[in-house]
Design a protein around this ligand. Structure first.
Ligand code: TRP
Ligand code: SF4
Length: 329
């Protein structure tokens, strides 16, 4: 049977952290066997919010894709590419822009929220309003059956479905299947070092490729059980962010740490040192693999080129269907 198709994307706005690894990448990795996957660096989408200072964009794209590969996204299984290398995204984007009512975009909750919350950049632009239309074009261009996304992206997926329906009803042809969301679990496996959601803007992140020294320093700064003030106070591991990290990085040590903490037989400093060691052990092979890709750019660019060929083939086919239906080109 033909595999169902997935399209997903990540904006290359900076280096990837553990939130990306355990939220998005582990999820993509699992989906690769069951679906035909297209994974792209959404550089147009980055530019829509970072247009005032795009100088790191190119480096971020290659850095992120090297992380994807190092974390197990496989070029044998998935098509990895850069959005702006496939011109058809923009062709479908303009067509969908033409048929999308303004009100749908102005009412979009993510748009309103970002305009309100992002105050250090000017996002009152024509392009930024169209962000979800480009995302719809990304998805519909590949006729994706499913789109793995976090909860924050659900309004964009709903809009994509509405745009697909509008296209079908206007042109009396169901060219685009309505894509389904594959919701990535809302509960984060690891939080930031301050106990909030891990995020670049909170400065509470640990990078996938952080050096051992940086990992140790950041773990040292982590919040622990707030009731454990003195070394002799018994701890509550279930209320401790450090303990939650053990779950991911060395689950086998949890029973022992739990006991030692509750009986105040281990101090937080030692507990964190132990955790750092496990994290370094877990992340080091990933960092090494990434470094190889970044040192040997040719392999990296080849992989992206191969993905691009597959993406272009699918995209060109859809665009030829759309153009012939609309009588253009
Ligand atoms: N908007 C998505 C985000 O910020 C990135 C993205 C762009 C995307 N195009 C996409 C996600 C298509 C899924 C499908 O995370
Ligand atoms: Fe948390 Fe470890 Fe300190 Fe217990 S000993 S409170 S688990 S850091």
């Amino acid at each position: 049977m033909l595999k169902k198709r997935i399209l997903s994307g990540m904006r290359p706005t900076g280096k990837l952290h553990l939130g990306h690894l355990f939220g998005v990448l582990d999820n993509w990795k699992k989906l690769q066997d069951e679906y035909e996957c297209f994974f792209m660096a959404a550089d147009w989408h980055s530019l829509m919010s970072e247009y005032e200072d795009p100088k790191n964009l190119r480096a971020n794209i290659l850095d992120n894709i090297a992380d994807w590969l190092a974390c197990g996204i496989s070029p044998e299984k998935s098509h990895i590419f850069i959005q702006s290398n496939i011109k058809e995204h923009l062709e479908l984007y303009i067509i969908l822009s033409i048929i999308t009512p303004l009100g749908w975009l102005e009412r979009c909750p993510t748009y309103k929220e970002q305009l309100r919350e992002i105050t250090n950049r000017n996002l009152s632009t024509y392009g930024f309003l169209g962000y979800p239309v480009l995302q719809a074009a990304d998805i519909l261009l590949y006729k994706a059956d499913c789109v793995p996304v976090g909860e924050d992206q659900l309004p964009h997926l709903e809009l994509t479905r509405e745009i697909a329906r509008r296209f079908s009803s206007l042109y009396k042809k169901e060219l685009f299947p309505e894509p389904k969301a594959l919701l990535i679990s809302g509960r984060a496996k690891v939080l930031g070092t301050d106990g909030r959601k891990m995020s670049k803007s909170y400065d509470n992140y640990i990078l996938i490729s952080d050096e051992p020294e940086a990992i140790e320093r950041k773990v040292r700064s982590m919040f622990t059980d707030p009731l454990r003030i003195k070394r002799t106070d018994p701890g509550h591991p279930d209320k401790c962010n450090v303990y939650a990290y053990y779950d991911v990085f060395s689950p086998e040590k949890k029973p022992e740490i739990d006991q030692l903490c509750r009986l105040a037989k281990i101090g937080c400093t030692d507990c964190k040192k132990e955790l750092s060691l496990s994290m370094v052990k877990y992340l080091e092979p990933i960092r090494d693999k990434k470094d190889e890709f970044l040192k040997n750019k040719k392999t990296l660019l080849d992989i992206i080129h191969q993905g691009e060929l597959k993406a272009r083939e699918a995209a060109a086919y859809t665009i030829s269907e759309v153009k012939s239906l609309l009588g253009i080109g």
